[in-house]
Each structure stands twice: as structure tokens, then as C-alpha cells.
Design a protein around this ligand. Structure first.
Ligand SMILES: NC(=O)c1ccc[n+]([C@@H]2O[C@H](COP(=O)([O-])OP(=O)(O)OC[C@H]3O[C@@H](n4cnc5c(N)ncnc54)[C@H](O)[C@@H]3O)[C@@H](O)[C@H]2O)c1
Length: 259
């Protein structure tokens, strides 16, 4: 794990002025869009990811951003990173990092299962655990990342869907447990988003009916929403406007799970 300080960038007044915000998965995709949107509203960013080069690139556009590299797949490293981020206090933690893999369930190895659960669920639980004392102190909030797969399940990605279902029950459990300490805990459940998460994955041979059981219904977004369209949900859940919202899972899925 390594801490760097970014160069210059643009920062304007906004809802998160002087708030310290940790965003994981900040090197790419949704996490990058979320971090950039928080920064545009005045937040002081701590950017975390396994991809140090990507982090440096994002941080170059955000004045004062700190970088923490970690491997969510390595037991213990998420807690180490989260504790490092919390050392100077935190107002918001957005857990966005994740991976997606697909295979016939009968060909899923115990190692595949363990890695996907580690990165997509256990790591988030660890980050929540070590940052909650700082969030109690600041009366801050957590925003986790689930998926439509965690609500409706998804063929050929049972470990992923199981982890995302776990993120939803983790979110609701923590919301309930920490409500009396003034900490709100919510999640965003994206549908299909146009990022690199599935880039380079081999097709599942003999897969029936394609790979997505939740096609986007909203016209123009059939190939997935741009990640920037997800950021608003994270910012709203973390903002004072959502001050009465906790234990909520906000679908942002272009109608995929509707009807
Ligand atoms: N893209 C979609 O269609 C979609 C749909 C539903 C949910 N999601 C969820 O949104 C989140 C972000 O996904 P995305 O689409 O932006 O993907 P992405 O691949 O563009 O970004 C994921 C980020 O997580 C980081 N990461 C991966 N493994 C890591 C590890 N071991 N340690 C630390 N960081 C690691 C990557 O380096 C990357 O920067 C994930 O939790 C994903 O499950 C995505």
C-alpha cells in the first residue's frame, strides 16, 4: 500500500465541501465517475484501487487527492487500506471496487468462489468494519455497490450474484445496527453499465439465452449506461438531502428489473 499526493485540478463549491470521501475502485469505470463527481462538489478524495497507474491518472485531475493501493483479493489488505484512510477521519465511504467472472456453475472451482466472494463481499465488509468508528465520529455514511444480479440472480455468474446479494443484506444489517449512532448505510444496485468489467472475458460455451438475464429496457441504453449516469445516485445517498434514507438499495438499471 502506498500513499501519493496528486497534482492539480479543479475544485468548486458543492454539497461535499470539506468532506473527506474514500472511493474504492476509483481507477476506472463507476468508481472513477463517482470520485470525479464527489471532487466536483468540493470533497477531499481518498482514491483506492489495485491499479496504481489508473489511480494516478484519476488523481491528476483532482486537487489534493490521496491514493491508496490495495488488493481486495488479498485477505487483510482491505482492512489495512481502510484503516489507513480512516486515520485522518472520513465522512463518506463509497465501496465500488469489484470484479465479474462467468462460467457454468458446475465448472466453478472453490478458488473462483473464494476469490469472487473475497473481492465483492468480504473486502467491503472489512472496509465497513474499520471505517465505521471514523464514520460514527463524523456522523457520516457508507454507500456500497450491489447489482441487479444481487436481487434477481444471474445465470453463469452465481458467485458474483451471491456476493452482491450479500452486499445488500450487509448494507441493511449495518444500517439497522448503526442507525442509533447516526451513520447511514445504503447501496446502489446498477444494471448494465458500459465499463471494462467484462472486457476480455471468454464467452461461456453453450450458454443458453445469452448472458444477461436482465436486459436494459430504457431506449438508447441497451448496451449499458455511461458510468457517469451512476454517480448521481451515490452522491445523493451520501448527501444531506438523503438524511432520512438508510438501509436502502437504489436500483439504477434502466428499467431492467421493472415489470
Ligand atoms: N458494469 C456493470 O454493468 C455493473 C453492473 C452492476 C454492478 N456493477 C458493480 O459496479 C462496481 C464497479 O464496476 P465497474 O463496472 O466500474 O468495473 P471496472 O472494471 O470498470 O472497475 C472496477 C474497479 O475495481 C478495481 N478492482 C478490481 N479488482 C480489485 C482488487 N482486487 N483490489 C482493488 N481494486 C480492484 C479495478 O482495478 C477497477 O478500477 C463493481 O462492484 C461491479 O460489480 C457493475
Amino acid at each position: 500500500m502506498r500513499r501519493l499526493h496528486a497534482a492539480k485540478g479543479d475544485m468548486s463549491m458543492g454539497r461535499f465541501e470539506s468532506k473527506r470521501v474514500l472511493v474504492t475502485g476509483a481507477a476506472a469505470g463507476i468508481g472513477r465517475a463517482v470520485a470525479t463527481a464527489f471532487a466536483a462538489e468540493g470533497a477531499r478524495l481518498v482514491l483506492a484501487d489495485i491499479n496504481e497507474g489508473g489511480l494516478a491518472e484519476v488523481a491528476a485531475g483532482i486537487e489534493g487527492a490521496e491514493i491508496l493501493t490495495y488488493d481486495a483479493g488479498k485477505p487483510g489488505d482491505s482492512a489495512r487500506m481502510g484503516a489507513e484512510a480512516a486515520r485522518d477521519g472520513l465522512d463518506v465511504v463509497a465501496n465500488v471496487a469489484g470484479i465479474y467472472r462467468r462460467a457454468h456453475f458446475t465448472e466453478t472451482t472453490p478458488e473462483d468462489w473464494a476469490l469472487i466472494l473475497q473481492i465483492n463481499l468480504t473486502s467491503i465488509a472489512e472496509i465497513c468494519r474499520v471505517t465505521l468508528p471514523a464514520l460514527i465520529e463524523s456522523r457520516g455514511c457508507l454507500v456500497n455497490t450491489a447489482s441487479t444480479a444481487g436481487i434477481g440472480g444471474i445465470a453463469y455468474a452465481a458467485p458474483y450474484a451471491s456476493a452482491k446479494g450479500g452486499v445488500i443484506t450487509l448494507t441493511k444489517s449495518l444500517a439497522s445496527e448503526f442507525a442509533h449512532r447516526g451513520v447511514r448505510v445504503n447501496a446502489v444496485a446498477p444494471g448494465r453499465v458500459a465499463t471494462g468489467i467484462a472486457r476480455g472475458l471468454p464467452p461461456v460455451e453453450g450458454a443458453k439465452d445469452g448472458l444477461s438475464i436482465h436486459p436494459v429496457k430504457l431506449e438508447g441504453f441497451e448496451m449499458g449506461a455511461p458510468p457517469e449516469l451512476l454517480a448521481g445516485a451515490y452522491l445523493w445517498l451520501a448527501s444531506p438531502e438523503a438524511g432520512f434514507v438508510t438501509g436502502e438499495v437504489q436500483l439504477v438499471d434502466g428499467g431492467a428489473l421493472s415489470g
